[in-house]
Structures are given as structure tokens and as C-alpha cells.
Ligand binder design. Structure first.
Ligand code: UDP
Length: 495
């Protein structure tokens, strides 16, 4: 396939996997490549809910003079490929794998086909296709450099040693050049060689390491050790074929949203406008987070006991699934939830706002009245919290969120952790305690000061000449060089 572009711009195809937490940063990456680094960009959308995904992309790009090209791939029927109760990861990976034939035929039909493919953690099945079509392949990791380092190092770890020291003896797991990982902050299921995820994730990590490069949605000043360990002369560099580029934070910002004429939902905005500065805590568990009925009740009581102002995004309870809304994200929900404790809405009507299912998070975090955030510590939420200058209550639910919680609370000092009781539920007194620590006590104010400094460092990183800006510039130069080199090699081989 001839991937030479007439106007000499590198053309990046970005393949997004289902889930808002994957789509949102992928679109931000596309915008940045397009507007700041002179790439042509086509976003290939794989989603279980095209209307919501389209509306999300529209919100993020409608203010651009020339928005990226978006191609919606047909939704594959994966029902026959999945067992009776598939995990989220299985559903995403199978959906991605089954979409590759339509991606391939679309790319082959393009007049100016892309010269490089950027995928996320779940799109690794597309790498052989890219290679086959003569395209370069890159992985965009929308997670911390610390977790990226663990992922990159995973295939090199000795599973027997990990099992004996970390899983059985609960010793910290060393990650070269980075903070060691404490057992309690571990993804036990991921690191346990006998666990359900170990083999699959190690194979994904091997494919990532074999790509032409890795982009990470983080920045040097936020994670100096891990970005250094992954950098050109860092200790982990030998595990990856291509360079690792810290290019973040790529995040939706309020300025753009205002330009796009998008307004925070009137009811929430009007209410926030009436509240004092930094007096409201925003409570939300990402795009997919769900909780048991018992946990929702405790959270309601905890907020009420704290006597503080709040905006709470609630979803119907699910007793055995912490990510149950992942594929049904943003599905509105007009009615007020009847699963909250009796009288809760009436008793707290002056104190807080309950938003069913989905809220405009960036706008809420960026509102001057918001001072705190009870978060599941998904990476996008973490970065958005920094831009919103809020202190956090770290309440991880699944995936690498415990590592993010550890980093935010113990390492950077911008969050306090919500501790579970023995039954796995965070009790109402604990909730009231941590929320008050963040909102009322002096340490909350100190955390907000630290977050403001982090925000300044984030803005510096993505500005012209900032570390992430330069890193993306280097990425572009390397893409162009590799493209030429491979073209010359192909000519020499007579291809
Ligand atoms: N989000 C939102 N409104 C909600 C819930 C989530 O806008 O009610 C957005 C949030 O701003 C973030 C993304 O969805 O950009 C969630 O990504 P994150 O990495 O925090 O968590 P995930 O959903 O992937 O677990």
C-alpha cells in the first residue's frame, strides 16, 4: 500500500476502543496532532453506542476550523464469540479483534491512506494488520507512566519470583527506576501468574513493547522517575523496540468548551453558581463505575453526615460488578433514583445535587465552587482534577486505579484514601471523615495548593517548548524518518 501523502504530512489513523475513558483522550491526541504538529488525522471509531460517541466527539472538536476526519466502523456482532458472562476486557478485546477486517478494507479504499496507526491498550490486535499494510504502529497509553512502566516490564519479570515474593509474601514489587509497588496497591489478578489476567496481559504487553513507539498521557514533572526510567537512556528502555514519549496531559479544557458554546447543564450550573468558592465536593466514579446497593446507601449517608455541599453522579446499584455501566455510558436517566435512602433527596435538597448516570465532569471540576472530588482515580479523571484545581478522595474500584490512588495520596500528596471496612464497603463515618478532611481541614487547602502547582506544570508541559510538546515534535520527526527509511528499504528490496 502506498502511504505517501501528497502534501507530505504524516497521516495518523487513531483507532479508539469502546469506552469513554478511551475515546476522550484519543480524540484529544488527534486534535493535538492535527492542530499543533501538522499531522493529518483520521479517527476510527469502534463503539457500542455510536450516537453517544459521535456526540462526544462533536463536543470535543466542533470548535476546530478543520476537525479530524472520523470514520465509524460497523459494529461487529460478537455475541457468538463470547461466553455467557464475559468480562469487560473480553468484550472490548473481541470487539476490537472482530473490527479489524472492516478497518483494513476501509484503509485500503482511502485515496491518501494513513502512514501510521495509533491504538490504545485494547487495540493491539491491529498491529499485525498495520505492519502488513506497511504502516507504522504506536500505542497510546492513557494511564500513568508508573503503570506503563509496570506493563512494559511485565514480560521480563520472573513469574515464579513474583509469585513467591509479592503474591505469597506480600513483599513490594520492584519496578526498575520507579517506586516499588506495595502489595495492597497491586492488581493482584494481573500479577498473579495463576490469575485470570496474567497470561493475556503479558501477551498484550509483549505486543506493545514490539510497536514502533509508545505515547503516554502523562508529563515529566508529574512523574519524574517513571518517565526517566522509560526515556531514551532510561533503565526500562531496553524492553521496548521504539521510544516512549510522554505527551500529556491531553485533556479537555474549559476554554475550548466555552469556545464551542457548550454550557454546563443549566440545573447544575445554576446551583453551583450560588455556592461559595471551593465549597462543593463532586462525587463520580468515571464512565463505567458502579456500586452495590449497600455501598450507595453508605455513600448517601456519608455525604449527608458530612454536612457539606455536593454534586453526585449516581448509577443504579449492581451488587457484583464495579464497572457495570461501561457499555451503557451516558444513557441519560431522567428520573431521580429511587435506590437512595428514603428521604435523602428531600433532606439534602439545599446541600446537594444528584445527577443520574452522567454529568459534564470537566465543567463541574472547573467551576470555582468545586473544591474536592471523590474519584475512582481513572487516569482521565485524575488529570481533569488537576486542571480543576481540586483536592481528591481516592476511592479506586478496578483496573490500575489502586496504583493511581497510591500515587495521588502517598507520593504526590493531593488525595486522601477512603478505606473499606472488612465487608468491602466504605462506611458512612469513613466517608464523612475523608470528605471533611479534603473540604474543611487545613490539609485539604494544602492539597489544593499542590494541585495548582501541578496544573501550572501541566500547562507548561504542553505549551510550545514544553516537555510534552517537544516530545510530540520528536515523535513526528521519528515518524517521518522511519517512513523514509522503510520506503528506501522497500525500494532496495524491489518491492
Ligand atoms: N465522564 C464524564 N461524566 C461522567 C463520568 C465520566 O464526563 O459522568 C468522563 C470523565 O470526564 C473522563 C472519562 O469520562 O474524561 C472517564 O475516564 P477515566 O479515565 O477517569 O475513567 P474510566 O471511565 O475510563 O474508568
Amino acid at each position: 500500500m502506498d502511504t505517501t501523502n501528497n502534501n507530505k504530512k504524516p497521516h495518523a489513523a487513531i483507532l479508539t476502543s469502546p469506552g469513554m475513558g478511551h475515546l476522550i483522550p484519543a480524540v484529544e491526541l488527534g486534535k493535538t496532532l492535527l492542530t499543533k504538529h501538522a499531522f493529518d488525522v483520521t479517527i476510527f471509531l469502534i463503539t457500542t453506542d455510536p450516537a453517544i460517541a459521535r456526540s462526544q466527539i462533536n463536543q470535543q472538536t466542533s470548535h476546530l476550523k478543520t476537525p479530524p476526519n472520523v470514520v465509524e466502523l460497523p459494529q461487529p456482532d460478537v455475541s457468538s464469540k463470547l461466553g455467557p458472562q464475559p468480562s469487560i476486557v473480553d468484550r472490548i478485546v473481541v470487539t476490537m479483534t472482530e473490527s479489524i477486517p472492516s478497518l483494513r478494507s476501509f484503509i485500503l479504499s482511502m485515496n491518501h491512506p494513513p502512514s501510521l496507526l495509533i491504538i490504545d491498550l485494547f487495540g493491539t490486535a491491529a498491529i499485525p494488520m498495520a505492519r502488513d499494510l506497511g504502516m507504522q504502529s504506536y500505542v497510546f497509553l492513557t494511564m500513568s507512566a508508573w503503570f506503563s512502566a509496570l506493563t512494559i516490564y511485565l514480560p521480563a519479570m520472573d513469574p515464579i519470583h513474583v509469585e513467591n515474593t509479592h503474591i505469597k509474601n506480600r513483599e513490594p514489587l520492584p519496578i526498575p527506576g520507579c517506586e516499588p509497588l506495595l502489595f495492597d496497591d497491586t492488581l493482584e489478578s494481573l500479577l498473579d501468574p495463576h490469575g485470570p489476567m496474567y497470561e493475556g496481559y503479558t501477551n498484550v504487553a509483549k505486543v506493545i513493547n514490539g510497536s514502533d513507539g509508545i505515547l503516554m498521557n502523562t508529563w515529566q514533572d508529574l512523574e519524574p522517575s517513571a518517565t526517566k526510567a522509560l526515556g531514551e537512556s532510561g533503565i526500562l528502555r531496553r524492553f521496548t523496540k521504539g521510544p516512549v514519549y510522554p505527551v500529556g496531559p491531553l485533556v479537555r479544557t474549559l476554554v475550548e468548551r466555552d469556545t464551542a458554546g457548550l454550557e454546563l447543564d443549566n440545573k447544575v450550573k445554576q446551583w453551583l453558581d450560588r455556592q461559595p468558592t471551593e465549597s462543593v465536593i463532586y462525587v463520580s466514579f468515571g464512565s463505567g463505575g458502579t456500586m452495590s446497593a449497600a455501598q450507595i446507601r453508605e455513600l448517601a449517608w456519608g455525604l449527608e453526615l458530612s454536612m457539606l455541599r455536593f454534586v453526585w453522579v449516581v448509577r443504579p446499584p449492581l451488587d457484583d460488578d464495579v464497572s457495570g455501566a461501561f457499555f451503557d455510558v451516558g444513557k441519560g436517566g431522567d428520573g431521580l433514583p429511587e435506590y437512595l435512602p428514603e428521604g435523602f433527596l428531600e433532606r439534602t435538597k439545599e446541600l446537594g445535587v444528584v445527577v443520574p448516570m452522567w454529568a459534564p465532569q470537566v465543567e463541574i471540576l472547573g467551576h470555582p465552587a468545586t473544591g474536592g472530588f471523590v474519584t475512582h482515580c481513572g487516569w482521565n479523571s485524575v488529570v481533569e482534577a488537576i486542571f480543576g484545581e481540586v483536592a481528591m478522595v481516592a476511592w479506586p474500584l478496578y483496573s490500575e486505579q489502586t496504583m493511581n490512588a497510591a500515587m495521588l495520596s502517598e507520593d504526590i500528596g493531593v488525595a486522601v484514601r477512603a478505606n473499606k471496612a472488612e465487608d468491602g464497603v466504605v462506611g458512612r463515618d469513613e466517608i464523612a471523615r475523608v470528605v471533611r478532611r479534603v473540604m474543611v481541614e487545613e490539609e485539604g487547602g494544602e492539597m489544593r495548593e499542590k494541585v495548582k502547582k501541578l496544573k501550572a506544570s501541566a500547562e507548561k508541559a504542553v505549551c510550545e517548548f514544553g516537555s510534552s510538546y517537544e516530545s510530540l515534535g520528536q515523535f513526528r520527526r521519528n515518524c517521518c524518518e522511519l517512513h523514509l527509511r522503510r520506503g528506501e528499504d522497500a525500494k532496495a528490496r524491489g518491492a
